[in-house]
Write a protein that binds this ligand. Structure first.
Ligand SMILES: [Zn+2]
Length: 736
């Protein structure tokens, strides 16, 4: 049946060359459909009550989303999984010396904010996947709790062994803070929001302004996502009811020590009671106290216990069948679960994705059919560790390898500048869509405004590139939202799309105040940028669905790869120069001569200078890819007028192109974390969300594992060679 249909399609389209079929009419028609008012209505509905994973309103929202998709003509269903989700049973933190003081651990309702008082349905403030624990020890202040902060502590002779550390939020992903603390022997970890990074130092505090109040707390997951995200009990496989599960004691992604987030009102008395040396300037926050390192004399008792329950995931999956290439899937998603009411995170993005789905349904009623199959997804359990999307990807892995063309993600979005990131084979496509969407405030295109910002704030080199390069560069993806499994586990080229940059909106992140009242007072108050996001993301989706030859541009990828190789060479060189200089200063007695005996610093130890590494395989492979990408670009230009929609030649080319991003992955995964298979993009093992490009090589250099760096150089080079070979085979097949 399918073969007969396909043959008919080929015959029917033989006379229509691709150039003549590029009907921009449909995506232009689409851009007139999204309506800002609808976006606001969806947000209001979804954020009306707290709706974290496992809560009644989380399920209610999923069922409502399902009914909307169906109403708009999509073939939609809910897909369930079963995941481990700890919730607090007991949270006690008290200072036991020099005075006794019990932390409140509460976010109070704000009178003008109608949903902030929905106490019975709110999850208390906590960090999900902290272990249970009952510990008492002296406190040590560790700044942001990054590895380099512990180097500073060591030079001052301050140890965290047996201590409870207090770290401030910011400058690394929260899950890194307890991870590094435990590696240094700490027994507990508190994370607080300092007003310097997230409070009155930045802007007026809520409800007068947008920043965090003294009692505001940032909830969040501390699962070790850089090792693997998703259900901790089922790494690598979908957590269906009958899946084989790990014992809790064998899970490697829980923290090793108890950890809890607190407000700065709760943190201030603890910090004020610390003595020991005064911290240096980069360690100081904006509280009205003098910051000391400790340890002690303040001591703290911390007792945490959780309900280690399994709860259902409600992923809503909607399909619109493709007419010409139904087995090629273009996927779009956003999560629907929140920590509390979640108007900004995730409601702002989820509402946009829904409005796109409505508009695409409307377009279908007007006679459009996507050539490829569209899948729109609303994920559950993102906040705990990308649970819904990861389990879905793991459960459908083989299908995704065979069918997935691309995944386009959104999450919380705001006002300002279009801010795309993702796979560089999609860089040209997303630039094109951004050129065709009007910025609501400046009335130029969102692309022009993004370019102007690049020029205004870029370095000399970035400015010159923004002016001369035809496409704006997009950032690479680390982690922190639902694209991670698609891109980094399954090699599906991915984008993350949103607007940001004009509002100080961190103040309500993962608190009870991230709600409709706040969003419509301080963020994209009239949803004009939500509408613009629906336009640009929907345009991207339609072009991915309808371009006969998959709209990947590999010259952008090759160009980016060249910059990554140079970055690695610079990284090694800088590391060598720094160590050489420090060794020299140690030999010259510089550290001893400048030391203040009243505040002594230990001199650093001399280190071996990093050896030269052979980057030649990587340089050669990058060059090979650059040439193959240029040949492919020319071959497509030459062939395009003769290629018929749905023809065997187009299908054969697409079957290969569909596997292009997969060439950049390796079954063996990254060192120490085999779940992550992409060799160009991964979240940092010690930075969390922030991306590491060519992560195997980069992290080996950073961690001074030079033999591993050489092995990883060879693996990345091989991946680039595979990519070049695939492009060459498509180029030759396109020749007449
Ligand atoms: Zn989110």
């Amino acid at each position: 049946m399918r073969i007969a249909l396909a043959l008919t399609a080929i015959v029917a389209s033989l006379t229509l060359p691709l150039a003549a079929q590029n009907a921009p009419a449909w995506d232009a028609k689409f851009r007139a459909l999204p309506d800002a008012k609808n976006i606001g209505d969806y947000m209001k509905r979804m954020s009306a009550r707290p709706h974290h994973l496992g809560s009644p309103y989380d399920k209610d929202n999923a069922e409502w989303i399902l009914s909307k998709f169906r109403e708009w003509g999509w073939d939609a269903r809910i897909e369930n999984f079963d995941v481990l989700f700890p919730t607090p049973k007991e949270r006690v933190v008290e200072m036991v010396a020099p005075t006794a003081f019990r932390l409140k651990l509460e976010e109070p309702p704000v009178a003008v904010d109608p949903t902030s008082g929905q106490k019975t349905e709110q999850l208390p403030s906590y960090n999900a996947y902290s272990v249970d624990g009952d510990v008492t020890g002296p406190i040590v202040y560790v700044n942001y709790g990054r590895p380099q902060d512990y180097d500073d502590l060591e030079r001052r002779g301050v140890s965290v062994r047996g201590a409870v550390v207090i770290a401030r939020y910011g400058n690394s992903w929260r899950g890194i803070k307890p991870k590094v603390a435990a590696e240094h022997g700490a027994i507990g970890c508190l994370i607080y929001s300092d007003p310097m990074d997230d409070g009155y130092y930045v802007d007026d505090s809520f409800p007068d302004g947008p920043t965090r109040t003294s009692s505001g707390v940032q909830r969040g997951s501390v699962m070790d996502m850089p090792t693997y995200p998703g259900d901790p009990l089922t790494p690598g496989v979908g957590s269906t009811p009958d899946a084989k599960r790990l014992d809790l004691k064998d899970v490697t992604t829980l923290t090793r020590i108890p950890v809890l987030p607190i407000s700065y009102a709760d943190a201030q008395p603890l910090l004020a009671a610390l003595r020991g040396p005064v911290v240096p300037d980069p360690w100081r926050g904006a509280l009205p106290i003098t910051y000391h390192f400790g340890p002690g004399p303040a001591r703290v008792h911390m007792k945490l216990a959780f309900n280690w329950n399994r709860v259902p995931i409600y992923n809503v999956i909607a399909r619109m069948q493709g007419s010409t290439y139904p087995d090629e899937w273009v996927i779009r998603g956003n999560h629907h679960d929140a920590w509390v009411n979640g108007a900004g995170d995730p409601g702002s993005g989820m509402s946009v994705v829904l409005e796109e789905a409505r508009a695409l349904g409307e377009l279908a009623r007007q006679g459009w059919r996507p050539k490829r199959t569209l899948i729109y997804a609303a994920w559950d359990g993102e906040e705990q560790g990308l649970l819904g999307s990861t389990e879905w990807v793991e459960a459908h892995e083989q299908e995704l390898r065979d069918h997935a063309v691309a995944y386009v993600n959104s999450d919380g979005t705001g006002r300002g500048f279009f801010n795309p990131s993702g796979s560089h084979a999609l860089e040209n496509l997303v630039n094109g869509a951004a050129r065709d969407v009007e910025d609501p405030e400046t009335k130029g295109s969102v692309w022009t405004r993004a370019k102007a910002r690049e020029i205004a704030r870029g370095s000399r080199e970035e400015r010159s590139e923004a002016r001369s390069r035809s496409d704006l560069r997009i950032a690479a993806l680390g982690s922190g939202s639902d694209y991670s499994s698609f891109l980094q586990h399954s090699g599906v080229p991915s984008l993350n799309l949103g607007f940001s940059g004009l509002d100080n909106n961190d103040g309500i992140y993962h608190s009870i105040y991230d709600d409709f009242f706040y969003y419509t007072k301080f963020l994209d108050t009239d949803f004009a940028y939500g509408r613009a996001l629906a336009q640009v993301a929907g345009t991207t989706m339609i072009r991915l669905a309808d371009a006969d030859l998959l709209p990947f541009e590999f010259t952008n990828l090759a160009d980016t790869v060249q910059t990554y190789v140079k970055d690695l060479e610079t990284l090694l060189k800088t590391q060598q120069d720094d160590v050489r200089e420090r060794n020299r200063q140690i030999d010259e007695g510089v550290f001893a001569a400048i030391n203040d005996p009243k505040r002594p610093l230990q001199a650093p130890k001399t280190e071996r200078v990093a050896p030269a590494l052979n980057f030649a395989p990587l340089e050669n492979a990058a060059e090979l890819l650059t040439q193959a990408a240029a040949r492919y670009h020319r071959a497509v230009d030459a062939a395009r007028p003769k290629l018929a929609s749905g023809s065997a030649a187009v299908r054969a080319a697409n079957a290969k192109l569909l596997q292009a991003e997969r060439q950049l992955t390796d079954e063996g995964g990254l060192p120490k974390r085999p779940w992550y298979r992409h060799l160009l993009y991964a979240p940092g093992f010690y930075t969390g969300y922030a991306v590491k490009t060519m992560p195997g090589v980069r992290e080996a250099i950073e961690q001074k594992l030079y033999a591993e760096a050489e092995t990883e150089i060879a693996r990345v080079a091989k991946a680039l060679e595979r990519e070049a070979a695939l492009l060459d085979s498509v180029s030759s097949s396109l020749q007449p």
